[in-house]
Design a protein around this ligand. Structure first.
Ligand code: SF4
Length: 288
């Protein structure tokens, strides 16, 4: 029997929380470095330089990249060929987060009830999306999501006739409305198609793709490039002080949808867009 223990999953989640909060991924770091070369505003260049210094200090001193260590969003793919042993998988994931946020002194930002707003004191629960997939592995993608940028995200249900122009307009309006609030240069995740909640989920998943990796669908990759160029002409610039580096990337994910609809979600992220992933393979147990 091929087996993955939820203890392995807990340990992996704890490690991913640590990496995500202390180390910028190479795609974001490279994006910031490239932006220095292309940014036209001297102040913008200086700010980008400071963001890179901030990333280096965080990594070298094992400190959080930002005080907002986010609400943890976890995408889990469970291969249908494996058996999960141990505690319930969501409890294991939340325990990994709990240990990471307590042991490494990351801010606890989660309230148990949207109205009573009492802090859960351990940054749980996470938002967990689980899919059963072919194979015999567990893939975990994890993103601590800050709310300076999350609060700037929007969703709309366009008419099919509004087409790609309607999508572009909505994305640009959303980014323009966000201004400097999401701590630019931002990463813009766009989900198109499905139903209302599917589009929102796609927009979040889009943020997990490296910003230097185009969509594998040619016309969607073209849309990503067009949107990035248009966003960088808005003039918002690094940290909202003006300039040409408003976004490091635009990632678009799509899904089949209904003949009568065109759902579009825009999930904005910031200059510390955090995403880490791991694939866990089964433990080999000679007794099985
Ligand atoms: S939007 Fe990002 S950089 Fe800004 S405060 Fe939130 S997590 Fe930090």
């Amino acid at each position: 029997m091929v087996r993955v223990s939820t203890e392995q999953i807990k340990r992996a989640v704890k490690r991913l929380c640590l990496q995500a909060n202390q180390e910028l991924t190479p795609d974001i770091l490279d994006g910031l470095k490239r932006a220095i070369d292309t940014e036209l505003s001297p102040l913008g260049k200086d700010i980008l330089d400071q963001l890179i210094v901030n990333a280096k200090l965080s990594k070298d001193n094992q400190m959080a990249l930002c005080q907002d260590t986010g609400m943890v969003v976890v995408f889990v793919e469970v291969g249908q060929g494996i058996f999960l042993s141990g505690v319930y998988i969501e409890d294991a994931i939340n325990q990994g987060i709990r240990e990471a946020y307590q042991d490494y002194y990351f801010r606890h930002s989660i309230v148990a009830d949207p109205f009573n707003r009492e802090n859960t004191s351990d940054n749980t629960p996470a938002v967990i999306h689980t899919r059963i997939v072919p194979g015999d592995h567990v893939r975990i993608r994890l993103s601590p999501k800050g709310f300076g940028s999350e609060n700037m995200s929007r969703l709309t249900m366009l008419k099919p006739a509004q087409g790609v122009d309607g999508v572009k307009q909505f994305v640009l309006d959303t980014v323009r409305g966000a201004g400097g609030n999401p701590c630019p240069p931002m990463v813009v995740g766009v989900g198109i198609g499905g139903t209302m909640e599917k589009a929102a989920q796609l927009s979040k998943e889009a943020l997990l793709r490296p910003v230097n990796q185009d969509s594998s669908i040619a016309h969607i990759a073209e849309l990503e490039r067009d949107l990035l160029a248009s966003i960088n002409r808005l003039g918002i610039g690094p940290q909202g002080f003006g300039g040409t580096s408003t976004a490091l990337g635009v990632n678009v994910e799509t899904f089949p949808t209904h003949i009568a609809g065109l759902p579009v979600a825009v999930n904005i992220s910031c200059h510390v867009t955090r995403h880490q992933e791991i694939i866990i393979y089964p433990e080999v147990n000679p007794d099985d």
